[in-house]
Design a protein around this ligand. Structure first.
Ligand code: BYC
Length: 329
């Protein structure tokens, strides 16, 4: 088991005096710089462990909460085929959450603790899932833009220095590619449809564009964790670099649909080959991550209710495990 022994005090502090030796830190950095994977039982700086627990658990929470905006449309998907596809996608998100909780558990944190932090509101999850899905086109926009942004951010995480996280990301990224395609496909169909359907697609793009750009996190000058996370090769690109890559890939896709991103400053600079963008409303981002977005309260309330409703399943699984252990003993 990966987690064996990780709960013992001093695992990352070999001398038990709370101080990490400069030699250990230097040797660790050397391994990271040499692109060696750090595995669960390897020595690692306490701050590296804490950074990973924070990022991986927030990532897991995002996958779990992220099921809600799309789940809202399961009963109203316009055909049996669309319903089956959407159901499969949402189930994938649940799977991603579970792999990621498992990856975080290898760092010595328990799933109960992580889930407790989500339910109490202490832990963050992606800002994007605090916006409502008001039309069917929003499901297209989530797949195209939200999963598209997720892929841009997560492909580099397949090369993250921490082995269990990097390996979990490989399958997740493959599934995210299918999610992105299914979202774009919904919008292709709407944009080929009636004027009303096309207007619905444009309206969804108008509402999801800016929140999608915010998914990449604060601008580099305000990103408190980026420098250290990049030195540790947890992050491979800065928030602004990934945001720019996303814009450059996505604007031509919008043009193919005959849609326009809601930003007059988003024009191609022929010299740099990059699209520009207007000022992001960081105040809105701050409010959303503080819990004051349009759907934060509803999302957490629903998650808490699902957790309470599932108590009997956890109890039954625990009782069964005890019974099996007793039998084996
Ligand atoms: N939302 O120093 P920074 C999906 C926080 S789910 C909320 O740049 P970092 C999907 C940040 O946590 C995909 N909070 O941080 C699922 C930090 O606060 P704390 C989710 C955000 O960690 C279902 C503070 O702001 N993807 O694909 O270096 C359906 C300062 O930021 C956000 C991941 O989780 C945000 N958007 O960089 C469909 C990817 N941005 O923790 C799709 C993994 C920043 O100090 N995570 N904050 O209190 C990452 O790559 C990085 O954590 C981030 C932020 C780029 C997000």
């Amino acid at each position: 088991m990966y987690t064996q022994g990780l709960d013992q005090k001093g695992q990352s502090d070999a001398k038990g005096d709370g101080l990490e030796a400069a030699a250990d830190l230097a040797a660790f950095q050397k391994r990271v710089d040499a692109e060696e994977k750090i595995e669960a039982k390897d020595w690692m700086p306490e701050a590296y462990r804490r950074t990973l627990i924070r990022q991986i658990s927030q990532h897991a929470h995002s996958e779990i909460i992220g099921m809600q905006p799309e789940g809202n449309w399961l009963t109203r998907a316009p055909s049996l085929k669309r319903k089956a596809i959407l159901l499969a996608k949402i189930q994938d998100e649940a799977g991603h959450g579970l792999y990621l909780y498992s990856a975080a558990e290898t760092l010595g944190v328990s799933r109960d603790e992580m889930v407790g932090d989500l339910l109490s509101g202490k832990a963050k999850y992606s800002s994007i899932f605090n916006y409502p899905t008001v039309t069917w086109a929003d499901i297209g926009a989530i797949g195209w833009l939200v999963d598209g942004a997720a892929i841009m951010n997560q492909i580099p995480l397949c090369r993250c220095s921490y082995g269990p996280y990097s390996r979990a990301m490989v399958r997740i990224c493959k599934e995210e590619s299918f999610h992105q395609r299914q979202g774009y496909d919904i919008l292709v169909e709407l944009c080929k449809g009636t004027a009303e359907q096309k207007a619905m697609a444009q309206d969804a793009l108008n509402r999801w564009w800016w929140p999608s750009l915010m998914m990449f996190g604060p601008s580099d000058k305000d990103s408190k964790h980026s420098a250290q996370s990049m030195a540790w090769k947890i992050k491979r690109f800065s928030n602004d670099e990934l945001r720019q890559k996303f814009i450059d890939v996505t604007v031509p896709q919008a043009e193919f649909l005959g849609l326009k991103v809601p930003d007059d400053e988003c024009v191609l600079d022929k010299k740099t080959g990059h699209y520009g963008h207007g000022e992001i409303d960081w105040q809105e981002f701050i409010e959303v991550i503080k819990g004051n977005g349009p759907c934060n309260k509803q999302r957490l309330a629903k998650r808490r209710k699902a957790h309470d409703d599932g108590a009997w399943v956890r109890e039954a699984a625990g009782a069964y495990a005890e019974k099996r252990a007793a039998k084996a003993a």
